[in-house]
Design a protein around this ligand. Structure first.
Ligand code: NAP
Length: 248
């Protein structure tokens, strides 16, 4: 029987890996998406959409679908899904690999303030400025809702739901972005401070470069720690791992 690979996705890396694996005669791949984004960029090949029902649901899925290996290529901040994958693969005895793009590193001239949570990010804004470029995604905006003194430029892929800051302008965009575009946005809106997660990757890096060039401080949320599974940072390394564990 052709070994079946479950690819937990929602990222550009997951789509790239699906593109590499689809069409290989020695394995079958199914990509899984949470179904959060209205009009998701779909990976090549078979796709399933929606949650599994926690670690128990995923354990049942792995068994019922006879999954031979799982690659967790979810976003670095999708920590519930990653914890679920760790628990379910352990229970079902299925090998798990984490494919995670490396985090961002500050360069000379950067003024980064690392925080652990969005609540800490909201707290850190107090001293840094009143006009905030908020790029932490559409969930968690409520954390900033109580900050009456601040004005927010909020950029999300899909429209957010309340609670959210009272004084804000919403920008719907999914990137990729350019340094020139980000510089123009920061200047046009008189931004004092940028708030972001340490998502990593090139897709959304230009805002950090523009902030450095303009001397704008950045409040950056550190990644949740995930351990317990082997981890790689690139698609070719994920393909090598699959070849090894599937005996290809
Ligand atoms: P999360 O908090 O870790 O997951 C919440 C629940 O959503 C999970 O328990 C699971 O439901 C379901 N889920 C998440 N990823 C899934 C997947 N790939 N396939 C099937 N079900 C999934 O995740 P999140 O932060 O909301 O992210 C949701 C999706 O958006 C992920 O695929 C992630 O890669 C992508 N994404 C997230 C961010 C971010 O900043 N967090 C940014 C860009 C893209 P069950 O418990 O029912 O299985």
């Amino acid at each position: 029987m052709t070994p079946r690979v479950l690819l937990l996705g929602g990222t550009a890396e997951a789509r790239a890996l699906a593109g590499e694996l689809v069409g290989r005669p020695d394995l079958a791949v199914v990509s899984s998406l949470a179904g959060r984004v209205r009009n998701p960029a779909l990976p090549a090949g078979e796709v399933r959409i929606g949650g599994f029902g926690g670690a128990d649901g995923l354990t049942g899925y792995l068994r019922a679908s006879r999954v031979a290996a799982v690659v967790d290529a979810t976003h670095p901040f999708a920590s519930v899904m990653s914890a679920s994958a760790l628990a379910a693969t352990a229970r079902a005895g299925v090998p798990l690999l984490v494919l995670r793009r490396p985090g961002w590193q500050p360069a000379e001239g950067d003024r980064w303030h690392w925080v652990s949570t969005l609540a800490d990010a909201a707290h850190a804004l107090g001293d840094l400025g009143e006009r905030v470029f908020l790029t932490t995604g559409r969930t968690g905006l409520g954390t900033f809702a109580g900050l009456d003194r601040h004005w927010f430029l909020v950029r999300t892929v899909d429209p957010p739901e309340p609670p959210m800051p009272a004084r804000m302008r919403l920008l719907l965009d999914r990137g990729p972005y350019t340094v020139a575009g980000e510089r123009a946005l920061i200047t046009e809106h008189g931004i004092d401070v940028l708030v972001t997660k340490d998502s990593g990757g090139e897709w959304t890096r230009p805002k950090l470069v523009a902030a450095r060039e303009l001397g704008v401080p950045v409040v950056i949320q550190a990644r949740p720690l995930i351990s317990g599974a082997p981890s790689v940072g690139t698609v070719p390394d994920a393909v090598s791992w699959l070849d090894r564990v599937l005996g290809g």
